[in-house]
Design a protein around this ligand. Sequence first.
Ligand code: KG4
Ligand code: ZN
Length: 338
Amino acid sequence: MIYILGIESSCDDTAAAVTRDDYLLSNVTANQEVHRNFGGVVPELASRAHQQNIIPVIEAAIKKANISKNQLSAVAFTRGPGLLGSLLVGISFAKSFALGMKIPIIEVDHLQAHILAHFLRDKTSVKPVPVFPFLCLTVSGGHTQITVVKSPFEFQVIGRTIDDAAGETFDKAAKIMGLPYPGGPLIDAYAKEGNAAAFHFSKPNIPNLDFSFSGLKTSILYFLRDQLKLYPDFIEKNKADLCASIQAAIVAILLQKIKSAADITGIRAIAIAGGVSANSALRNALRKAEGENNWNVFIPRMEYSTDNAAMIAINGYFKYRNKDFADLSVTAYARSSF
Ligand code: KG4
Ligand code: ZN
């Protein structure tokens, strides 16, 4: 049996998890509240909070897994992409812990980890895991891409955003409306009471499988600026309808591209991953499209959608089986490597 300690510290969540083979034993996350009032993640504050959280979070993960740290086979950590100061906290801990325990370290790419989270098993798992090759729409705060996943080690990106990420668009739209960071979950919540057809925002016209969200963001900004001049309480009075309409516009852009990707590749197994895959409208739209297009759709459980360390541990498990270990000289990277 392979026991992996997974560590995730790429952005504003300090997380640790323990897996036994592909089975999740514990999954602990400390969210950082310090960024809420700044409208986004403040890198320096994030790395300081990671420093404070990392030991308690790892201790809690090992304790909850009900194992002794001597049983661990390896330590897997997020190498990138992410904030360098934040990544360094996790990487430095992983290196020194592994050195002390005389076990190998395994580097994990954060985006590949989001995708492979679909292979985690736990006591409530019932549904089958995706069969290779499958398409994955990865939508997070920093990334939006469509990947052909050929194996746990082969990822081919066939479309990506040319400007903002989907999560960033949610967060920026929320900020324009005066909502705190991160705005995605708040827009999702307010949208439940709103009419998605109330307002229309411009849709991008981008060829191939790439995405663009900056036009939508500008159209929201200008529309609200004009309305606020006429009606100062426009946002307050129309919050639910605005959220529902903005969300519908983002989901429509995502759906259109994943449909094209399925048509072009002929692949009918479709997965979503990343923080925005927690969005209820995106989940509902995919379920609907599954029936209409004869797809097989895979939607991660909520706790494996947003950043977590369980996804790092499962990647570590796959790499451990391949003896794909990192050297102690390994360093963090800020941008995606694939
Ligand atoms: O994957 P993630 O936790 O961190 C990154 O790797 O970026 O994604 C965070 C992003 C944020 O932009 C957040 O607003 C968005 O995911 N998000 C959502 C929802 N939950 C999280 N966006 C829309 N609806 C949600 N329910
Ligand atoms: Zn993420």
